[in-house]
Ligand binder design. Sequence first.
Ligand code: PMP
Length: 426
Amino acid sequence: MSNFIGPEKIIEKKKEYLMPCSYHFYKNPPQIVKGEMQYLFDSNGKKYLDFFAGVSVMNCGHCNPEILKATIKQMQTLQHTTSIYLNQPVVDLAEKLSKILPGNITRSFFCCTGSEANEGAILLARLYTGKNDILCLTNGLHGRTFLTMSATAIPMWRSDPNLDISVTIVKNSFDKELSLEEASENSLKSIEDAINEKGADKIAALIAEPIQGNGGIITPPLWYFKKLKALLEKNNILLIIDEVQTGFARTGKMFAIENFDVVPDIITVAKALGNGMPISAFCTNDKIAASFTKPSASTLGGNPVCSATAMAVLDYIENNNLVLKSKVLGDKLKNELLKLKEKYPIIHDVRGLGLMLGAELTLENGEAASEETDLILESLKDKGILVGKNGIGRNVLAFQPPLVIAENDIDFLIGGLDSALSELYL
Ligand code: PMP
């Protein structure tokens, strides 16, 4: 890189030219300059095993050569026309998606980001139901636009002090005092109370993540979404499932909601669909789609390059059995994390499905072990492993690697984590 400036200068430039809301991990952050499948490399040539995949984006690995081939080929042929002209990659992609999306969900509208997809899903729910209000759950995250930030119930991600009052946050806290089952029953009860209070005739939809990613890999019991769907159906309220972080083989199924055996009314997808290229979509069945007839278009949404890449992503997931791999390796990783939980009392809980796992760290007095979480993140980084961090108390270690990892990568992570945890007790 001829114009290389290095980590310190990057931080200086960030301070000077980016908005101050832009944070980064680590006290001494490396400058990542190269990616190769499950590995990243910094400007000193140090190699890292990536266990966060840019927040569940790089499911097929960094700079995956098979996918890049499709991207580059399309880039060299035709980059952009917008939707007023016919283009084949976007309809091929929509057709392919219709074959893998759950149940009768066969229609897609393409855009560029997760926020945009969720915003579109809410619009669609309003058009179809003729109702306006939206329910969302505490600890959920749905985006950065006005409406989706309003539906984001994690305080640190709600920058706007005057968010939209058509969105009601329903308590879904998985309280440490309660078992998961009890907490989930309480969550359904709170939703029912909110419906009764607001009136079912006002509420268009409830939006939820199947596993709350940024909320701390909060994973409801497998019966939860069936009961939730039945409750919503009884009240003519749509269920929007946000698969932005959980989609595309991440949780041992193509879509996380399939673990719960439920077909939602609308599904949103983003992140891993493009494996690093910006593409997202909201998807639904014929009946609901029929309400969206007024012209609408996203200038760059589903452009030929992103669509061709997404096609290659879906082929790669299929040809390399990433759904099964995520389940098998996820089970192995969970077992290993549970063994560490026995050894280190700071690990309060291990949860998640497939390769979307979290380890919540708490102190003896039950408080969030946020500082310790940071120390572990830092120590792992020094050992050449990058993991994520999330949760309301910023005390959940997040393990969401590219799905192309091998078994020995899990051994390497567990060895590193074991030693990072033991350092805490020195
Ligand atoms: N929904 C979920 C579940 C997410 O995790 C995110 C991003 N972390 C979003 C929506 C927003 O996606 P984007 O940043 O692409 O707008």
